[in-house]
Design a protein around this ligand. Structure first.
Ligand SMILES: [Zn+2]
Length: 218
């Protein structure tokens, strides 16, 4: 299997890493965490000649999910006539997804709205998309329903706001759980091979090995 192609589109004033992931052969792809700036995301989808088969969400924060409803509306429907589905996160983030419009308004950030996923995800779900076999792992703590997507064979981890280069997700909101986040990173991510490349929701990519050696939070 050819390695999937990846392009990062940095979106929103929060500098969030929206990810385009596609199969180089079929150009069938997915969008992960379209937080906003949907016209820019659409431009990159067109520039790469992609047909998008799903929109994936790691968690319910507005900078990750705030553009998902608009993107779902803007994308061409699937061959069966259905809209491109929004998939994820775990249902425990539903309260965040239904609070995006209000939060964006209070922050004065335009273009981010509530979204209702077509499907919530669970630990152990497997998504065969974009030429990848993405395994779903529930990594709560930053938000209660945060999930990550791992393709061990392709050495790829899409980890949202759980693990960053040299850091971990913030846990200072009332619904956060710092000890749970560290425990889940250790049991769900640090068990992976050193060579797995992680693409976080903000900042540069890293590897499991680099974080195992040098991340001061672990
Ligand atoms: Zn977040």
């Amino acid at each position: 299997m050819a390695a999937p192609q990846i392009e990062i589109v940095v979106v929103t004033p929060f500098q969030q890493n929206c990810q385009l992931l596609w199969d180089a052969g079929t150009r069938s792809g997915i969008v992960v965490d379209p937080g906003g700036d949907v016209p820019l995301i659409l431009q990159r989808i067109a520039a790469n000649h992609l047909s998008i088969e799903a929109i994936l969400l790691t968690h319910g924060h507005l900078d990750h999910a705030g553009g998902a409803a608009e993107l779902r509306r803007a994308l061409p429907v699937l061959p069966d006539g259905a809209p491109v589905p929004v998939i994820g996160p775990d249902r425990r983030d539903a309260f965040l997804l239904s609070g995006i419009t209000a939060q964006a308004t209070s922050l004065g950030v335009p273009g981010m709205v509530d979204v209702e996923p077509d499907r919530y995800l669970h630990e152990g779900d497997v998504l065969e998309l974009a030429g990848c076999r993405l395994e779903v792992r529930h990594v709560p703590g930053h938000t209660p329903g945060h999930v990550v997507f791992i393709d061990a064979a392709q050495r790829l981890g899409l980890v949202g706001d759980t693990l960053f280069q040299g850091s971990v997700g913030r846990t200072d909101f009332p619904y956060c759980d710092g000890p749970a986040l560290i425990a889940a990173i250790k049991s769900k991510l640090m068990v992976l091979d050193d060579e797995i490349v992680i693409i976080p929701g903000h900042g540069p990519r890293s590897t499991i090995g680099a974080e195992r050696r040098a991340n001061p939070f672990l």
